[in-house]
Design a binder for this molecule. Structure first.
Ligand code: SAM
Length: 321
C-alpha cells in the first residue's frame, strides 16, 4: 500500500500543505432530500460517491449544498493510524462525513483531535481556523479537503434549543445566519424584521439588545411584543417604501412569498442606501426559482446558502462595510 505523500512546497497548493493526490476539481456535498437540486445545478458530474459529487475544474456557483470541498485529494492508506497521521500533518481540524465504512471512519476520527459536535449556544463566534472534511470510499481510500466552504464540521451546526422563550422554531434560522455572517446586531442598532409573526426572529434580535420594527399582517406574539426595543407594524411589508420606514442597520425578511416579490423590495432598499446588512429567506415553491436566486447571489457582497435550519428555502446574506 502506498504511504501518504505530504507536499510542503506551499507555492504549489495555494497556501496549504497537501497530502495524497489532488483530484483537480471540486467536491460538492448534497443535502438529503434536496440533493436533486444540486444535481440539477451541476449537470454532468465526473464522479459521485454517496451524497458527494465531484466535478473537474474550478469551483462552480451552486446553492443547494451542505458543504463545498475546495481542495480535494485522494489518499490511499494502509492503516487507521496512517490515515489519521496524514490528516493531522496538515492541520488540527478534520470532520468526517461518512456514507460507508462507518466503523473504520470512527476509528480514524478517534485518533484525530476532538471536534465538538454538541449544540452551540447563541451567539457564537465561529473560530477562523480551517475546518477540513473527509470521507472514506473503501477500506483504504480516503477523500478529503483541508479547505471547505462551510466553517462547520461536516457543514453541520446545531444550536441549543430554547423551548420556552421564542414563539416559533424559525429563530434557529436567524441564529445560524448571523453566526455564518460572523457579525451580530449590536445593542441599540435598528433592525426591521419583515414577516415577523409569531416572532422568533424578533425575539433573537431584541435579545441581542437591538431595536426591532417587526412587520407582519398577522399579530405578533404578545410576549415578544412586550420585549424592550420591539415595535410592531401590522402591514404588508412590501407596500412600505424604504423611505417610509427610514434608515436601519439591518433588514431581515422571512416573509412567505415568491422570491421575485422579495427581490423587487430589496432592490428598492439597495438603491435607497438606507440599509447595510440583509438576511432574507428565499422560499421555494416547487422547482427553485433559479433566475431570482442567481440575481440575489449577484448582488455585490452577497452569499446565498442553504442553512442547516432551512427547509425548501435558501438564505441570502449581505453584510455591508
Ligand atoms: C415563516 S413566517 C415567519 C416566522 C418568523 N420569522 C418567526 O421567527 O416567527 C412567515 C410570515 O410572513 C408573513 N407574511 C406573508 N406575506 C407578508 C407580507 N406581504 N408582509 C408581511 N408579512 C407577510 C406571514 O403572515 C407569516 O407570519
Amino acid at each position: 500500500m502506498e504511504s501518504f505523500i505530504r507536499t510542503d512546497d506551499l507555492s504549489m497548493t495555494g497556501g496549504s500543505p497537501i497530502i495524497g493526490a489532488p483530484l483537480g476539481g471540486i467536491v460538492y456535498q448534497g443535502i438529503g432530500e434536496y440533493a436533486g437540486h444540486l444535481d440539477t445545478e451541476l449537470g454532468v458530474v465526473d464522479d459521485s460517491w454517496g451524497e458527494f459529487r465531484f466535478v473537474r475544474g474550478k469551483e462552480r456557483q451552486v446553492f443547494w449544498t451542505r458543504n463545498v470541498w475546495l481542495e480535494p485529494f485522494r489518499l490511499e492508506f494502509g492503516s487507521i493510524s496512517e490515515a489519521a497521521a496524514a490528516l493531522r500533518s496538515v492541520q488540527r481540524n478534520w470532520a468526517p462525513s461518512l456514507f460507508t465504512q462507518f466503523r473504520r471512519g470512527e476509528l480514524i476520527k478517534a485518533k484525530l483531535p476532538p471536534i465538538t459536535d454538541k449544540p452551540r449556544s447563541f451567539p457564537w463566534l465561529v473560530p477562523d481556523a480551517p475546518m477540513g472534511a473527509w470521507t472514506l470510499l473503501d477500506e483504504h481510500t480516503l477523500i478529503g479537503s483541508a479547505r471547505c466552504a462551510s466553517p462547520f464540521p461536516g457543514g453541520i451546526v446545531e444550536f441549543t434549543e430554547d423551548k420556552e422563550g421564542p414563539p416559533s422554531r424559525a429563530y434557529l434560522k436567524v441564529q445560524e445566519a448571523l453566526v455564518r455572517a460572523r457579525t451580530f446586531p449590536k445593542p441599540g442598532e435598528r433592525c426591521i424584521d419583515a414577516g415577523a409573526t409569531p416572532g422568533g426572529w424578533t425575539w433573537v434580535l431584541a435579545g441581542l439588545g437591538a431595536r426591532v420594527t417587526a412587520i407582519d399582517r398577522a399579530s405578533l406574539d404578545e410576549r415578544v411584543l412586550a420585549m424592550d426595543g420591539v415595535e410592531y407594524l401590522k402591514h404588508d411589508a412590501f407596500t412600505l417604501a424604504p423611505e417610509e420606514l427610514g434608515p436601519t442597520d439591518w433588514l431581515f425578511s422571512d416573509v412567505i412569498c415568491y422570491p421575485e416579490r422579495l427581490y423587487a423590495w430589496i432592490e428598492r432598499w439597495l438603491s435607497s442606501g438606507l440599509c447595510r446588512n440583509f438576511i432574507c429567506t428565499l422560499k421555494m415553491q416547487g422547482e427553485p426559482d433559479w433566475e431570482t436566486i442567481r440575481r440575489f447571489a449577484a448582488i455585490q457582497g452577497s452569499t446565498v446558502v442553504h442553512l442547516c435550519a432551512n427547509k425548501h428555502e435558501l438564505t441570502w446574506i449581505r453584510i455591508g462595510k
